[in-house]
Design a protein. Sequence first.
Length: 254
Amino acid sequence: MFLKCVLYLLIAPWLLGVNASTNTSEVDERIVGGQLTTISSVPYMVQIWNRGVFSCGGALISRNSVLTAAHCVEDGRPSDFTVVTGATKLTETGVRSKVSKLLIPKGYDSYSLHMDVAMIKLTTPITKGSAKTISFYNGTLSAGMEVQVSGWGLTKENGSVSPQIRTVKFPIIKKSTCAKQYQYELPLTSTMFCAGTPGSKDSCSGDSGGPVIYKGLVCGIVSFGVGCARKGYPGVYTDTKVSRTFIVGAAKKL
């Protein structure tokens, strides 16, 4: 399984479900088939660094809180992480913020990736730079809706991270269809939905935790997938509407 978190690829490749007998990755973490953009186009996007290494993306949902995936932060302490806002490239300084608290739902399952959502509290509110907060989509997701994902992840399976943020748009896939495609990999749960254009457009390793956007609002979180843009395997995302009870409760604690 490919979660979509670069750090896992750097320090623990065996966690990604590599099949020793075939030497092929089975289930991945993830922008493939997209285009370069700048942070001014997606000012809510943040970089999450773990002990000095870029690992995941996230969304600034208030001046002092970031939405991301649970698998991006589950094995760390607040002091391990740094959040960077206002940076188009990984090499840019942007505005760097320390983390004071990590909140993961009790219902999160690191094996099934059920409830793959987390909230990060920054030590001080973001008041400088070009970063802007983003709100949530309150509607119900359905097949065919076009969503947008951005990030600094791999631009192809087994490739390298993109030094500059990229963005891609693709449709939501009917869940029953996606469930059949993943039945031998990882069963889909109630907190998940699928999206992508298998074979051409997808998120990839390093895009984990980044927001899925519909009509300028957050509707999901990048979670996992099989490879990157592989035929027959769309990406899998956490539905923020289904996870809203945790998100709202966590926001009150931050």
